[in-house]
Every structure is written in C-alpha cells, then in structure tokens.
Design a protein around this ligand. Structure first.
Ligand code: 5GP
Ligand code: MG
Length: 177
C-alpha cells in the first residue's frame, strides 16, 4: 500500500489542529461531536491535546454501503448529548463530496446549539458538490481512495496508524482473503 501520510506527519497535523482550536475557543467549554466510525481515531488523538472543558458526543452517519461507491446517507443520533446552547465542534474523517458533513450539520443545527464549527482530518480536493467548506482541515489530499487512521474499506483498515492509498493489488488480496 502506498503511504500518503505517515504516523509522524499525522501527529504534527493533529497538534496543529489542537493549536487552532485553542486559539479559536480559548478556555470556553466545547462539545465535540464525532461522526462514527471514521472519526474515532482522530477524536481520541485530538481530545487528549485539548485543555478546555470538553464533552464528547457521537453521531453515526454512513454513506458508503461497503466498497468505494457512495450510497444514501443514514444518520443515527441516539448517542447524542444535549447540545442546546452549546458550542459544538463537529468532526469527521474526510470531506469528499461534502454531503455527509452538510447533512449532519443540518441535523445538529435543529438541536439549537449556540455555535457549530466543523473540522475534518482529510479534505479530498476537487470532489465537493456542496457550497460550504469545513472550518478546519488537517490535510488536503488528491482524489484517491484512502484507508487507515479511522478510514475503512468494508470496515477493515481503520486501525492502520498511517493513511494509505488502497491499490488494486490490495483489493485482490482482500477479496481472496
Ligand atoms: P462525503 O459525504 O463527503 O462524500 O463522504 C464522506 C464520507 O465518505 C466519509 O465519512 C467516509 O466515510 C467516506 N469516504 C469518502 N472518501 C473516502 C476515502 O477516500 N476513503 C474512505 N475510506 N472513505 C471515504
Ligand atoms: Mg465515514
């Protein structure tokens, strides 16, 4: 697998994001809403670098019904904390078409937070079909299907400590495994 971002680069990227968030929120309490399952690894790494009071909430959104093709978005919010009048930071693994972040943001806005900002680990360049952009982006990447650091292919590879480009040969191995 071709490595796009190694562990050290990712660590520095998350350090950068934590600094930007400290600059933006200062000591104000925030509620971080992580979109499961892709943001799991970023969430765990990020929150341990923050010093303001942080509440953690989870929401699930799946647009990829396995494989690399996009399907309809299903949002499950049973695990959400009450975010009314809270400053909310929504995080996701990757901004591709942007549909996931936009639709989940709309769902959260209906819960009447005081403010809502978005942060993504990866922004896939040239793919967006929505008008808005994430407020914070850790890395910009080219239009390739990537796995690792939370990102999956058919629910596998999320545990890789690096981000790699899934190649045809990897898929072959996967299919025959
Ligand atoms: P969007 O709604 O922005 O098109 O897609 C966002 C979701 O699609 C992400 O949360 C992620 O689950 C999935 N996705 C988009 N691009 C990739 C990719 O390159 N690799 C993986 N593993 N998932 C992706
Ligand atoms: Mg996802």
């Amino acid at each position: 697998m071709k490595i796009l971002l190694n562990e050290q680069q990712i660590g520095h990227g998350i350090d950068r994001l934590a600094s930007q968030l400290k600059e933006h929120y200062k000591d104000h309490p925030i509620t971080i809403v992580g979109i499961m399952t892709g943001s799991l690894v970023m969430l765990a790494d990020l929150i341990r670098r923050l010093e303001m009071p942080v509440r953690i909430s989870l929401i699930q959104a799946s647009s990829y019904r396995g494989g690399t093709q996009s399907g309809d978005l299903v949002i499950q919010d049973q695990m959400m904390l009450d975010i009314k009048d809270r400053d909310v930071l929504l995080i996701d693994d990757i901004f591709d078409t942007g549909k996931t972040l936009v639709q989940v943001t709309q769902r959260l806005v209906a819960m009447k937070p005081k403010s809502i900002r978005t942060a993504v680990f990866l922004n896939k360049l040239g793919q967006s079909v929505v008008a808005s952009v994430p407020d914070f982006v850790v890395f910009e990447i080219p239009n390739e299907f990537v796995v690792g650091y939370g990102l999956d292919y058919e629910d596998l590879y999320r545990n890789l400590p690096y981000v790699g480009v899934l190649e045809a040969s990897d898929l072959q191995i996967h299919v025959s495994a």
